[in-house]
Ligand binder design. Sequence first.
Ligand code: NAI
Length: 306
Amino acid sequence: MNEHRPRVAVITGGASGIGLATARRLQQHDWSVVIGDINEASAERALASLDAARAAFVRTDVTREQDIVALLSAAQTRFGGLEGMVNNAGIPGAFGAITEIEVQEWDYTIAVLLRSVFLGIKHAARAFKAAGHGGAIVNVASVAGLSGGVGPQAYSAAKAAVISLTKTTAVELAADGVRVNAVAPGPVLTPILGASPGRQERAAEMLKSTQPWPQPGGPEDIAAGIAFLASSDARFITGETLVIDGGQTAAGPLESMSRLSDPRAKHIAGVDRGSTGQAPTKRTTNSDGGDTDAQRRERGGPPVQP
Ligand code: NAI
């Protein structure tokens, strides 16, 4: 590796929130960064806030293998190598009662949150091996992957699987000098929480009852952990999941944020596509959590039996 070339990291979902804060933090530590994101408008805004000489954007849908291959190859062509991969892109995904979640809502959620991490690890590890040097992979999981009361079902299942995949691939790739770690953030204030007026303030208020640390966390708090795990200071750390949650997990079963705003209690179901620029779908369900009779008829199903 050319000693004078800054290290190069790819960050999926780098146009917003934790990904963008990570891009900034890595640039401060002398990395060049390549953002792979599906939302071109927010990626353009993100690029404008970074050091342009050491930043690039490639429109990427992280669920598509050819997009991940093109993203990594563009990073190598543009900046001359690849040493870091941050698998961060995410959406809240399917929500509502488990009895009401549609298969396509489930599959979309798992594809964005889990298939993407598999693809990112697969192709970054190939690139690191082909270059004949090691590399650092950091996956963004969530405290929702550690217990049952924090996030919705598909989201939590995907994040638990990301923690598992971090361990299995860390073991497999250690001999190649490739470290694989994860961070598990608690709720922090980013656009993923929703852009409706007052949403961030309400989330900050809710955190006061669910988190021991008095101030809410921000994306830069998670970015600091990611940058550490990607750095040579963490050269002996692999297969680890670093929880960054203001003490929420340490405190145990406090009333969770998701229970305070549980869509199941409001009898709604659907899929939230987060900051992608794509609209959510949402439908009301009856008081049992199921679809209303009118909705069942619309879908060709029988009315609910009393
Ligand atoms: P964000 O909404 O600010 O950023 C997510 C980015 O991912 C957006 O720019 C979005 O366009 C991109 N993205 C979504 N689907 C994509 C796709 N198919 N292809 C490419 N890009 C796609 O969200 P935030 O909060 O920064 O989330 C980043 C990661 O952190 C996610 O994996 C999320 O699950 C995780 N996380 C966030 C927490 C929070 O409270 N904000 C807590 C725990 C985990």
